[in-house]
Design a protein around this ligand. Sequence first.
Ligand SMILES: [Zn+2]
Length: 106
Amino acid sequence: MTCKTFSGMISSFLSGTLEDDSLREFLEHYDKCENCREEVEIQYLVSRAFDHRKEKEVINLSRDLPALVEKERSSMVFRSRLGYTAYTLEILTILLVLMTVFIFLR
Ligand SMILES: [Zn+2]
């Protein structure tokens, strides 16, 4: 991912609306590009400053932003495990149906 693409995705990231594939690429770039991490910090501060629901909260950048990034990262890992489990269950269900059909047709 280029820094330009990354920059265009920051607001979606901060609002939590990135799809898993995009989120994975976004976080990979976030981990290795310091300039873009700074860009995320700036946009994060701006978005928090204009978020009136959180008006009275004190913004602690060194705590809040890493927490947000880790939350997004772990929910992405969770969703991909969930997807894998669903896929496995689907295969097992098909096998079970096939076995049932096979037993009844003998
Ligand atoms: Zn970058």
